[in-house]
Design a protein around this ligand. Structure first.
Ligand code: HEC
Length: 117
């Protein structure tokens, strides 16, 4: 006789755990375009600041992204991703972003001033 299947408590546990896991996963913020986070582009751009400077105003030889054409930025990121755009590091970075995220971050950088903070 299987005691486990006769114990209501034991049967309910897995369901409860799955619910908790589901809630935890959905509570993690993500930066997809279908989110309603109005700062998604800025949030994504923050991870580029180490090299491309705050809001894309790069110093020290890295390409300036602030104020660049949105479509050109998207095309560059796409090129890095598929290997058609030569890169030393950007192919690695670009692969971590979806097309929608690339569009969000490109949109953000295109709206930044290359000179004014
Ligand atoms: C570790 C430093 C580093 C980080 C972080 C980084 N980049 Fe880059 N990026 C570079 C370098 C270096 C280049 C020049 C191409 C190459 O050598 O990979 C470049 C080039 C680019 C270009 C092409 C610019 C042009 O005018 O040709 C774009 C667009 C770009 N990066 C976007 C981004 C975005 C968006 C992020 C954040 C998601 C990011 N980068 C994060 C170093 C970095």
């Amino acid at each position: 006789m299987n005691l486990r299947s006769r114990t209501p408590h034991a049967r309910r546990w897995p369901t409860a755990l799955m619910l908790i896991a589901g809630l935890t996963v959905s509570a993690v913020p993500s930066a997809r375009a279908d989110d309603v986070n109005p700062n998604a582009g800025r949030d994504l751009a923050a991870s580029c600041a180490a090299c491309h400077g705050t809001n894309g105003r790069a110093v020290g030889g890295f390409p300036v992204l602030a104020g660049k054409d949105r479509e050109a930025l998207i095309a560059a990121l796409r090129g890095f991703r598929d290997g058609t755009h030569k890169a030393s590091v950007m192919h690695q970075h670009a692969k971590g972003y979806t097309e929608a995220e690339a569009a969000l971050v490109a949109d953000y950088f295109s709206r930044q001033s290359p000179t004014k903070p």
